[in-house]
Design a protein around this ligand. Structure first.
Ligand SMILES: [Zn+2]
Length: 510
């Protein structure tokens, strides 16, 4: 993208920023330093289209993202309030045209995000120098473009991006290596052991032909590994492809860039409700206590409700997140948790319950550290909470077009929400065999967790993975209680019901 000069930070905001920062610290927030940049609306859209990174590799999808952001503005559908980048230091962008009260709100909000990035465990393995890393990726891709042409590289990036979700965000807490073969492979990647020697002695101590022979032995062994099957089913399909598909170096480099960026963004997808809720909790706490002058109050209330207001039927992560944090704080302040409380049968008694524990603050800081959206909602979204905030399920009446309540059943409401949040609604796909029928064919399997796989997803995934694997690819999925095997071998997707005399892959999903 075109480089641009961002405007300097105005003096009048500097004092406000320092004040907000110190106040946030006094509440116990612990954030990365934040660099605020001022930009105009066009620049904001441009940076937003690139995921917040001014330096990224060129690809058409960033351009199309930019167009859609611009149109949204044009039709008055959306307005970007804030953008903040998980990096040490954090980068945050403020829109010049915002009113001063907006800027203060955004600054407070950003410190909340920065604290969340720094302390939530799901972010623990993200690259905190991602600004630099994205710029590196950009340099790499531009070099590949110079050598292989823009179209070739862009087409390949299309393929890689079409499968970018086939990673395992939960492996963040594990060794990223999905199987033993991988770890052995990694050892092989290491440079051949050499005896230490001064440079001029090197050729005698480590004779070149001996080194060459050793290198060849390692290459041969690696070739044998090519179709090796994982020692157990692995969800990091991209890593498996990187290690075992026949790729040219530049292709592998692009795929590994796409995979690395997917892992970087994954925790943001997994904690959207919490992260927005936490930042909103803090901007509202900080703003309501100290930073709003009398004349700003009405203006502030206006903007504030614009950020967290949720029309019925809409899923607004700010609203649900902030209310959940408030509810947790209140419950732990009053001791509304644990066996005794749960077993209290009288509704009135539960409502009046107050043991004066004052544990609320401590509890919400702990929650922001160890939870992600799925277990956050699962654990803290109580029937009382759903009732109090009327987080019902809404749907449109097909005849009148009016919104109406579809369900008030807290169990069902929570279940629907958890479906949407689990893996962000995306299916779980595993590699279960890399040498199916001893023919080097790749066998993938869908893990059924309540919802059938969409057939369109199955066929698209097969076609795209085939472009990387370059040998037939299979995908097993349960559809309407039948086990179906989809197969793509370069022509068209075939499907068959799995029966007993079909060869079995190396692993079955539990
Ligand atoms: Zn936010």
């Amino acid at each position: 993208m075109a480089s641009h000069t961002l405007a300097p930070f105005p003096e009048e905001l500097l004092a406000a920023k320092k004040q907000i920062r110190e106040q946030a610290r006094s509440y116990g927030l612990d954030f990365f330093p934040v660099i605020f940049e001022m930009c105009d609306y066009e620049q904001m859209n441009q940076i937003a289209a690139y995921g917040g990174f001014p330096q990224r590799y060129p690809h058409w999808r960033f351009g199309s993202e930019y167009e859609s952001l611009r149109k949204r503005h044009h039709y008055g559908l959306g307005r970007i309030y804030e953008m903040v980048i998980n990096n040490d230091p954090c980068y945050a962008y403020l829109q010049e045209s915002n009113a001063l009260v907006d800027q203060k709100l955004v600054i407070a909000h950003v410190y909340g995000h920065s604290d969340f990035f720094k302390n939530n465990l799901w972010f623990g393995h993200t690259n905190r120098k991602m600004m630099d890393e994205m710029a590196n990726h950009s340099t790499h891709v531009r070099k590949h473009i110079e050598r292989h042409g823009y179209d070739t590289v862009e087409k390949w990036l299309d393929v890689c991006l079409s499968v970018e979700d086939l990673i395992d965000p939960h492996s963040m807490f594990l060794n990223r290596g999905p199987n033993d073969a991988k770890r052995e492979d990694a050892k092989r990647e290491e440079p051949i052991a050499k005896f230490k020697s001064k440079d001029y002695l090197d050729r005698w101590v480590n004779p070149p032909d001996k080194l060459e022979a050793e290198a060849k032995r390692l290459r041969d062994e690696k070739a044998k590994m090519r179709h090796a099957t994982p020692s157990r089913p692995t969800r990091d399909v991209l890593l498996y492809l990187l290690e075992h598909a026949r790729l040219e170096d530049w292709q592998a480099d692009c795929l590994s860039i796409v995979r690395e960026e997917a892992y970087y963004f994954a925790p943001q997808g997994m904690t959207k409700v919490m992260n927005e809720g936490w930042a909103s909790f803090w901007h509202s706490t900080l703003m309501s206590k100290h930073f709003v002058t009398a004349s700003e109050i009405i203006d502030y209330a206006d903007h504030h409700s614009g950020t967290v207001h949720m029309p019925p039927g809409n899923f607004n992560p700010y609203k649900i997140g902030i209310e959940l944090f408030r509810d947790i704080e209140d419950r732990w302040n009053k001791g509304k948790f644990g066996k005794e409380y749960e077993e209290a049968s009288n509704l009135g008694e539960k409502k009046r319950w107050d043991k004066g524990l004052g544990l609320g603050r401590e509890k919400i800081f702990e929650v922001r550290r160890v939870y992600n959206d799925v277990n956050f909602i699962d654990e803290f979204m109580t029937p009382e909470f759903i009732e109090k905030h009327k987080f019902y399920q809404y749907g449109r009446d097909p005849h009148t077009g009016q919104l109406r309540i579809v369900s008030r059943d807290p169990q069902r409401i929570k279940q629907t929400m958890l479906y949407q949040l689990t893996n962000l609604g995306r299916p779980f796909i595993y590699v279960v065999d890399g040498n199916y029928c001893n023919r080097g064919e790749l066998f993938l399997a869908h893990k059924h967790s309540g919802l059938d796989l969409e057939i369109k997803f199955a066929t698209e995934t097969l076609k795209n993975v085939y472009k990387i694997w370059q040998r037939p690819v299979h995908l097993q999925a349960r559809i309407d209680d039948d086990m179906i095997l989809y197969t793509f071998a370069g022509d068209q997707v075939k499907q068959q019901t799995i029966h007993d005399d079909l060869p079995k892959p190396a692993h079955q999903l539990g």
